[in-house]
Write a protein that binds this ligand. Sequence first.
Ligand code: DGP
Length: 115
Amino acid sequence: MYDKNNVFAKILRGEIPNKTVYSDDNVLAFYDVAPRAKVHVLVIPRGECTDSFDFTQNAPADAQVAFWCGVRKTVEKLGLRDNFRTVANTGRGAGQSVMHFHIHIMSDERFTEDF
Ligand code: DGP
């Protein structure tokens, strides 16, 4: 169940400030407050969804396409091309701490871990 008081919902409502990278009618992209890579940006849909499972199951198809377009535009705005990762922690067991679906975009000179 979606909690309207999660921190990203508050960011979307303007109740918590953020350092915006990209914004449109469907998505907001902003720098992670606790970066774990040289570049660490979060992309979130404006619609209410808890995680990637919820998003892919329940968000309208056009919202899903618009979200990935927003991810692409964010990557382009950051000037990234061939050295970035997109990660979607899904569920508490995977370390998801904010229950509003988000994609991490991370880029560094070199990653120390391979997946
Ligand atoms: P996850 O663990 O996948 O749920 O990632 C949540 C991320 O959100 C985590 O890397 C830290 C970030 N975060 C938490 N609170 C805030 C905040 O108030 N502002 C910003 N910019 N990022 C936040």
